[in-house]
Write a protein that binds this ligand. Structure first.
Ligand code: LLP
Length: 429
């Protein structure tokens, strides 16, 4: 169910109007729907229930403690990629035993922290890393490290070049053909325990075919390694895409209808195509969704500062910038933009741009918007994933406040940064 919708002309997140939140907390402002996050978590587990998977939420998508806590209480595990993310999860009440520790460049300090915390496993991306993990474990007398190899299945997943990961043109994972030999060598090392095997082919994947192709390619290898080394789990990674066009679907189940209309994979197709391949493995199945859980749950609210016409173009200058949400700049990503108040009649074509001193600071080119005025607020939709998490302080801009809405209750889960926060620790002489 999509919980961000227009009611009486105004946009609400669950039972709270964005206008009320913007009046109270100012802009730019991130607003998340707890109900949407939990709903997507449950739907994903629901369609795959015959596998009883462990969902390991990919923390990088949105690492606010309140969101991690929400998911931890729902039973979620976590996919972390740094010592910092691991600490966040534990601070939020998540269990290290349900954390998988991924990343191509773990430092020895991070490996040690993961061992000390007792992570479920390290997802290992090279043989040198494997040796390093064994060496760190050996230094801690009598310890061994739980590991799983991240396999690069060499399957193209489509999508933007900067977020595809599953082919040999990418730095990620261990080439499919080398995996068996590395497990064999690792099996002889008393400081390692072979726990599972992992893959991840990319992000914002909107079709079932790449997932199915990769899993189908992996299954015989996984079964062989399971028999040989007693692997417990197969982690099929994240990457399930979400709707960015027409994200503001109204009414019950609007989100899912939209996905279907755009010929996106639906959850049922995703499940139907994978369950038959995975069930017979009789292993624990792990998933690492990030965007799917939080993407459509979040909006970025911004205020119109100025309008201008250059002769060639009309611009709408807003108070959020590429430092707050970098996806359009970095990936040419599309985010729907909507006035949060009742739309005025008519439509204009405009470029919605931020205040940052870069021509790339654009949220949308040539958008048809209802006419806006100074002081109006706009919502940049589907901004819950890789929004705040990728925000920076470029141009010495404090990062936005974050609100988590549950029903009619809105909680400030991160106050807006103050300018003085930004030079904390700096020395002027
Ligand atoms: N697992 C691994 C190993 C990953 O590398 C990623 C994402 C995920 C899971 C979660 O993928 P998701 O379910 O969210 O697609 N900043 C980019 C996306 C980068 C994705 C990086 N890896 C964006 O804003 O589109």
């Amino acid at each position: 169910m999509h919980r961000t919708q227009r009611k009486g002309g105004k946009i609400y997140v669950e039972g709270v109007s964005l206008e009320a939140l913007a009046d109270r907390h100012g802009t730019p402002l991130y607003v998340y729907s707890a109900g949407t996050i939990l709903d997507h978590y449950r739907r994903l587990r629901g369609v795959l229930r015959v596998l009883d998977p462990l969902v390991c939420y990919s923390v990088k998508a949105n690492s606010n403690l309140a969101i991690l806590n929400l998911l931890a209480r729902a039973g979620s595990g976590f996919d972390v990629v740094s010592g910092g993310e691991l600490e966040r999860v534990r601070k939020a009440g998540g269990k290290a035993a349900k954390c998988v520790f991924a990343g191509v460049g773990k430092t020895e300090d991070e490996i040690e922290a993961g061992l000390r915390a007792g992570v479920k496993a390290f997802h290992v991306e090279s043989e040198e890393e494997l040796q390093t993990i064994a060496a760190v474990a050996a230094r801690k007398k009598g310890r061994w490290a739980p590991v799983a190899l991240r396999v690069n299945p060499d399957v193209a997943a489509g999508g933007h070049a900067k977020i595809t990961t599953g082919t040999y043109a990418n730095k990620f994972g261990i080439p499919f053909e080398e995996v068996a030999a590395i497990y064999r060598r690792a099996a002889g090392n008393r400081y390692l325990r072979l726990r599972g095997i992992q893959m991840h082919i990319g992000s914002q994947i909107t079709q079932v075919a790449p997932f199915r192709a990769a899993v189908r390619k992996m299954v015989p290898l996984v079964a062989r390694l399971r028999d040989r080394y007693g692997l417990d789990y197969f982690d099929i990674g994240g990457g399930v895409g979400i709707v960015y066009q027409d994200a503001l679907a109204s009414g019950r189940d609007g989100w899912w209808r939209t996905a279907k209309a755009q010929r996106f994979l639906t959850l049922h197709e995703y499940a139907a195509s994978l369950v038959s391949l995975l069930r017979d493995l009789r292993m624990q199945i792990l998933l690492e969704p990030g965007r799917f859980l939080v993407g459509n749950a979040g909006v970025l609210v911004t205020e119109v500062l100025y309008r201008k016409q250059t002769g060639r173009k009309h611009f709408t200058v807003v108070d959020a910038g590429m430092n707050d949400l970098i996806r359009p700049t970095l990936y040419e990503a599309f985010h729907q933009i909507e006035p949060i108040g009742k739309p005025r009649p008519g439509a204009i074509s405009t470029d919605v741009v931020g205040p940052v001193c870069e021509s790339g600071d654009v949220f949308g080119h040539d958008r048809m918007l209802s006419p806006v005025e100074r002081g109006d607020r706009l919502a940049v939709l589907s901004a819950g994933a890789y929004g705040f998490a990728m925000a920076s302080n470029y141009n010495t801009r404090p990062r936005p406040a974050e609100i988590l809405v549950t029903g009619t209750r809105a909680r400030l889960v991160r106050p807006r940064e103050r300018v003085a926060d930004l030079w904390r620790g700096e020395k002027k002489s």
